[in-house]
Design a protein around this ligand. Structure first.
Ligand SMILES: [Fe+2]
Length: 133
């Protein structure tokens, strides 16, 4: 379970809301796993995560372009590898669902918190400088 922490807040409401929603979807996946929800339900939440990750990454990448963010390339690489990893873990679902969900949730929890705190945090000053609030 991931709990929202004050230092996840960037003070950029659109981004903060999207990060909260991503964490919420990951927590729903965790709850589905803990409650031994049917595989089909977990797949549904996972699909939602994939769709919403793309929405969120597109938002960030749109601003990178708009603001000529210098670390755009490295950042986009992280987004791409995240999507690939989820797709890869998702295809393993049929083989060993329990193990798959466990490694997936661990990966998601670690990735999202690290990505927000270390990688996303770097664009905050650039976004704030360029955005009209
Ligand atoms: Fe990001």
């Amino acid at each position: 379970m991931i709990y929202w922490r004050e230092d996840y807040n960037f003070g950029i409401s659109e981004i903060d809301k999207q990060h909260q929603k991503l964490i919420d979807i990951i927590n729903r996946l965790y709850n589905a796993f803990i409650n031994r929800t049917q595989d089909a339900e977990m797949q549904k939440v996972l699909d939602e995560l994939l769709v919403y990750s793309r929405v969120h990454f597109t938002t960030e990448e749109f601003y990178f372009k708009q603001f000529n963010y210098p670390e755009t390339e490295e950042h986009i690489k992280e987004h791409k590898s995240f999507i690939l990893k989820i797709q890869e873990l998702r295809t393993q679902a049929g083989e060993n669902a329990g193990k798959f969900i466990f490694s997936l949730i661990s990966y998601l929890q670690e990735w999202i918190t690290k990505h927000i705190c270390e990688v996303d945090k770097k664009y905050v000053s650039c976004f704030k400088k360029n955005m009209v609030f």
